[in-house]
Ligand binder design. Structure first.
Ligand SMILES: [Zn+2]
Length: 197
């Protein structure tokens, strides 16, 4: 039997919320040699979320050679796990079939299986509740825009107070109005940025 080794995809320190980039993952591309070889001819070794993992391809149904799966075996917290990951195939535009992992939890097609450290069984991004880095970027921009709007509103309230005082004094009324209009315009611009996010 041939054997291929895959480097463990070590994640960075976990922060909140967990992202796909910071969670130890098994990518479909890394097991392609296993999927292309006949069943039982190859075995893959990987380090996944700190555990040594052995991956083998097995036949799910004896009378259907297309019904195959990966058997992912490892020790975690002194327990032996053997997870079956079905391989799903979709027809390709130019012929042939494209393989996917079937998420062991929801059976959806996916190209990456995640197993956060401490988590015994792998699952897809959705089941693990992970977000993409890009999504995180959008949330960050949104929070920043919201902060700008809050700051502008605070300034507006202060200006109105000052304007009220000026009105009472009867001086520089127009200047105060202009200041308020300007701050108002900044709030509108911030809200527009927020919406465009
Ligand atoms: Zn899933």
């Amino acid at each position: 039997m041939q054997s291929i080794s895959m480097p463990g995809q070590r994640g960075a320190t976990r922060r909140q919320p967990a992202t796909t980039a910071s969670t130890p993952a098994l990518k479909l591309a890394s097991v392609r040699p296993l999927l292309d070889a006949p069943i039982g001819m190859m075995r893959a070794h990987a380090e996944w979320a700190g555990d040594e993992v052995v991956i083998e391809r097995i036949a799910l149904l004896a009378d259907d050679p297309a019904a195959d799966a990966l058997r992912v075996e490892y020790d975690h917290d002194d327990e032996r796990y053997a997870i079956i990951v079905p391989i799903l195939r979709t027809p390709q535009h130019l012929g042939g079939k494209r393989p996917w992992f079937g998420c062991p939890r929801c059976l959806r097609r996916c190209a990456t299986l995640f197993r956060p450290r401490g988590e015994p069984a792998p699952a897809c991004r959705r089941c693990m509740g992970l977000v993409y880095e890009a999504q995180l970027g959008r949330e960050h921009r949104l929070r920043r825009a919201q902060r700008i709007v809050r700051e502008c509103e605070t300034q507006l309230r202060r200006s109105r107070l000052r304007a009220a005082t000026r009105r009472r004094l009867g001086a520089r009324r127009n200047a105060a109005r202009l200041e308020i209009a300007e701050i108002h315009a900044r709030i509108v611009a911030s809200v527009a940025r927020l919406a465009a996010g």
